[in-house]
Structures are given as C-alpha cells and as structure tokens.
Design a protein around this ligand. Structure first.
Ligand SMILES: *Cc1c(COP(=O)(O)O)cnc(C)c1O
Length: 228
C-alpha cells in the first residue's frame, strides 16, 4: 500500500461521485480506516483526504492519540461508523465530528448527556435497518417512529440524517431498493417531523457505493477499494 495507489483510488472514487450522483457537490467520502494503522491514516491524510470513519473505539483512541503527536494531523475529522456501546461514548465525545450509528434511545440519551457535559452539540445519524435483516444493527422503521419525538427533544444532538448498511447480496436490485427506501424514509421524516432539516444519507461501501450515489447518498463510507 503506497501513497500513489491511495491517491489514485481516491481520485477514482471522486470521479465516480461526479458520474453517479445527481448532486456531486453534496457528497462526502468517509474513508473507513479500520484496515490500516496510524501510519495508514497519515498516508490518507497526506494524499489530501481528511475525513476518516472508525468502527471500534479502541482503534479510534489509539489512532487519535498517535496522530495528535504531530500538529498537522489534528486536521483529521473523525466519524464513528461502527456499533457504539453506551459506556464508550465518553471516550470520543470531546472530538468526534459525527456519529453514524445512533440506533437506540438509551444510546442517544447517553450521547446527549455527555455532549451537554462538554458543551457540545454533536452531529448524529439515525441508523436504520431498512433491509429488515435479523443480524443487522439499526432501528426498524416502527421502532424509530416510536422514539422520534424523544430523540428530537435532545438539545445536544443534531440529527442530520439517516444511515444504513445494505444487505449482503449480489442482487443489485435488492441493494438499490434498500437505498431507495432509506431516501424515501428521509423524505417522509422531513415532511412529518423535521421540516426539511435532515440532509444526510450515509449509505454505500466499496461494493455498492455507485448504486448508493444514484439513489441519493450524501455520504459514502469506503474502505477496501482505497487500500487495494
Ligand atoms: C468497513 C466499513 C465500511 C467500508 O467497507 P468497505 O466494503 O471496505 O468499503 C463502511 N461502513 C462500515 C460501518 C464499515 O464497518
């Protein structure tokens, strides 16, 4: 894995964003950095990309600490994209720029409380299991609707949109349907509850980000493709 390859892969993804999204200027790439260590993250940053997504607290802590030894790497913007346990929120609340995986009221409450304690308003996404798979994390639509009023009251959470992971399948139509349903859900929530305030759709990874872009993704989370 060298800097040249990383830069080439990042450029390719940027071209795909222009090609497949109807509003490419609204799309952000989050680099899923779980495949690399701190030096890998430094390479991505040096290749000109600053938003990283981590999915384990322990690795995030290590990388954050390691990178903070050099001034320039404080420019990294960290997103949390994995399943988040309540008792770990305190470790990231000071600096995390976005949490993509709010999937329970108890977790939302903890983030809200910890954010208030450090006088922050934290950007979050609500994770929805639109595919309805048993094994997946995320709200079902029913559960989400039941908790929405309470979620909206939390003053230190800035709910910016929705996140999903598509089912693991070769069937592109199933994947497309899942992304489309997430977009429809966002539109419906904007109408009925949020007055147009939800702007983000975090969907699409290495194997399906082109479909996600066609279906309106504003954030894609890509890992393997960048490091291959
Ligand atoms: C690893 C990961 C990704 C990126 O997956 P790739 O298929 O490697 O691009 C995206 N989202 C989450 C939550 C991940 O854990």
């Amino acid at each position: 894995m060298n800097l040249e390859n990383i830069a080439k892969n990042l450029a390719e993804i940027q071209e795909d964003i222009e090609k497949y999204s109807k509003k490419p200027e609204d799309v952000k790439l989050v680099v899923a950095s779980k495949y690399v260590d701190s030096d890998g993250v430094k390479k991505i940053f040096d290749a000109g990309h600053k938003i990283m997504g981590e999915n384990r607290i322990q690795s995030l802590k290590e990388k954050k600490e390691n990178l903070s030894l050099e001034e320039k790497y404080n420019g990294v913007s960290w997103h949390f994209i994995g399943n988040l346990q309540k008792n770990k929120v305190k470790y990231i609340i000071d600096y995390i720029d976005m949490i993509h995986s709010v999937n329970k009221l108890s977790l939302a409450k903890e983030i809200n409380k910890r954010a208030a304690a450090v006088s922050r308003v934290v950007d979050v996404l609500l994770e929805v299991n639109v595919g309805g798979e048993e094994s997946k994390e995320g709200y079902t639509v029913q559960e989400l609707l039941a908790e929405l009023e309470e979620l909206k009251k939390m003053e230190n959470l800035n709910i910016k949109g929705l996140m999903t992971m598509a089912p693991f399948t070769e069937n592109e139509e199933v994947v497309r349907e899942c992304f489309r349903n997430l977009r429809k859900l966002k539109d419906r929530l904007n109408e009925d509850y949020f007055d147009g305030k939800l702007t983000e759709l975090s969907m699409g990874m290495t194997n399906d980000y082109k479909i996600a872009l066609e279906e309106g993704a504003t954030i894609i989370r890509v890992g393997s493709k960048i490091f291959s």
